[in-house]
Design a protein around this ligand. Structure first.
Ligand SMILES: *Cc1c(COP(=O)(O)O)cnc(C)c1O
Length: 482
């Protein structure tokens, strides 16, 4: 299996060749040259597999240049009950992603029982083990540099802690995260994890990362890489739980289901799109946004209009506060019949970002607009009031406590689903991560997994730093042996 760029101007590469990298050289994103098809016989054979065995079957179709025994070993050590045991007392950790029934025909797929209580662990834990394997083969090293306002940084740190050949330099805005988020990251004592609290806002931290990454000589000399959401390894790992959720919610492979997905960078739902393209019987892919509704607007109107920073809102589902979804280009590549020239034309305006809030491109009235229904997307948006209402209803009517992002998914999913289809809502985080809004909605604290009780009292390891590129570079150099 080879991977090609959505902009059509980069040489095809293998899975391991693109594993450690980011964008393709032409600025596009990598996708498989074709989607492997899953036969009916395979679906039947996969129905009762454990999570790890199912992950092996799915991923062996993508990671074809990793010897199968190695791939099986990497996957078996990733998807274990020990790693995914943070869940509620009534969850079955051995399932890795238990399916919880809310009411007849409505389910929540638990994806947040990993170490950082968010679905990003599902892919990031695999990435950590894949990176370690690939680096060991080449006797190579990687220094991951990133900026985080919460979820992604902690998922990356928990995935990379203690891994040979890997160091993580994670920048976060000093004093801007919740005490729980700080404790989660800063309490890690592993010598390969470096937490850097930048005096400034998240954007200042992000700018520092960009400045270092744009210094190509420094970047190469210090083997700097990233683990952002466009990484193909992450997207491919997320395909697996669509299969798992489908099997858990249905009795036979003749049935269809709807998935509802709280979306930000379009990585999670992109994996659902790929699962459907592979032949999984998904009748509806429901995309949920919060007040940052760029993607909802596109699916309703055909107009893609990324917003400027002034119109990117801070909400109570912060991991969805995104107005330029990085993985969306992957879907558009398929929508335009994999025409790289068309994607280049569309993204020339997206990348230029000249006029904030102006339409970058529109497909309304074109053949692409008429092709859109065949991809089975629906969409909708959810506001702070909707989140509070959904969190209350789920708790009062069904005794189920959900976080703010999952609440967005439930609200839009229940509103958009075709009633004939079972609805599977993807749970993207546990309520324990968003205490403030839970208290606002329910007047009580969410439960916290036992393993994380008192985490705020653990000793913390973190370097405070002014937002200065020279200081950051000196710090990295001092901690990366030449
Ligand atoms: C990252 C994240 C999302 C958005 O997922 P994308 O793959 O970026 O669309 C939603 N909810 C939570 C809790 C997240 O951490």
């Amino acid at each position: 299996m080879k991977y090609i760029s959505t902009r059509g101007n980069s040489p095809a590469k293998t899975f391991t060749e693109i594993l450690l990298g980011g964008l393709a050289p032409d600025g596009g994103l990598y996708l498989p040259e074709h989607y492997p098809q899953v036969t009916r016989a395979e679906l039947d054979a996969w129905r009762n597999l454990s999570y790890a065995d199912l992950a092996f079957e799915v991923l062996s179709k993508f990671a074809t240049d990793i010897p199968v025994d190695d791939l099986r070993a990497i996957i078996s050590k990733t998807y274990t009950a020990e790693v995914y045991c943070n869940g509620r007392a009534d969850s079955n950790a051995a399932d890795v992603t238990p399916l919880r029934k809310v009411t007849d025909g409505v389910y929540i797929l638990e994806l947040s029982n990993g170490p950082t209580l968010a679905f990003k662990d599902m892919a990031m834990q695999l990435l950590g083990n894949l990176f370690e394997y690939a680096l060991a083969k080449d006797h190579a090293e990687l220094n991951i540099l990133g900026a985080t306002s919460g979820d992604t940084g902690s998922a990356a740190e928990y995935a990379m802690r203690g891994k040979r050949g890997i160091r993580v330099f994670m920048l976060s805005p000093n004093g801007k995260m919740s005490s729980f988020q700080r404790a989660q990251m800063y309490s890690l004592q592993d010598p390969n994890i470096f937490n850097i609290a930048v005096n400034g806002m998240f954007d200042d931290a992000q700018d520092l990362v960009k400045a270092v990454s744009n210094d190509h000589a420094y970047k190469a000399a210090h083997k700097i890489g990233t683990v952002n959401s466009i990484n193909w390894g992450r997207v491919s790992a997320q395909i697996v739980y669509y299969f798992k959720g489908y099997f858990a919610a249905t009795k036979s492979n003749d049935e269809q289901v709807a998935f509802s997905v709280p979306s930000g960078n379009f990585g999670n739902i992109c994996a659902g799109h790929i699962a459907r393209m592979m032949g999984l019987p998904i009748g509806q892919l429901i995309l949920a946004t919060n007040e940052n509704d760029v993607l909802d607007e596109f699916f309703r109107t055909g107009v893609y209009r990324p917003r400027g920073t002034a119109h990117t809102y801070e909400t109570s589902s912060p991991s969805m506060d995104i107005s330029k979804a990085s993985n969306f280009e992957r879907f558009v590549f398929d929508l335009v019949g994999r025409d790289g020239a068309k994607v280049r034309e569309f993204w020339s305006k997206v990348d230029a970002g000249a006029a904030p809030d102006a339409a970058a491109f529109t497909i309304k009235g074109t053949d692409y607009w008429h092709a859109l229904p065949k991809f089975h997307f629906s969409s909708g948006k959810s506001t702070h009031e909707d989140r509070l209402k959904t969190i209350r209803e789920m708790w009062e009517e069904y005794g189920v406590m959900v976080d703010t992002h999952t609440a967005d998914g439930l609200k839009v999913g229940l509103e958009q689903r075709r009633p004939s289809l079972p609805l599977i809502c993807l749970e993207t985080a546990l309520p324990a991560k968003f205490e403030e809004t839970i208290v606002e909605a329910l007047g009580r604290q969410p439960e916290r997994p036992a393993a994380l009780e008192g985490i705020e009292d653990l000793p913390q390891r973190c370097v405070k730093m002014d937002a200065d590129v020279a200081i950051l570079k000196a710090f990295i150099s001092a901690n990366v042996p030449a």
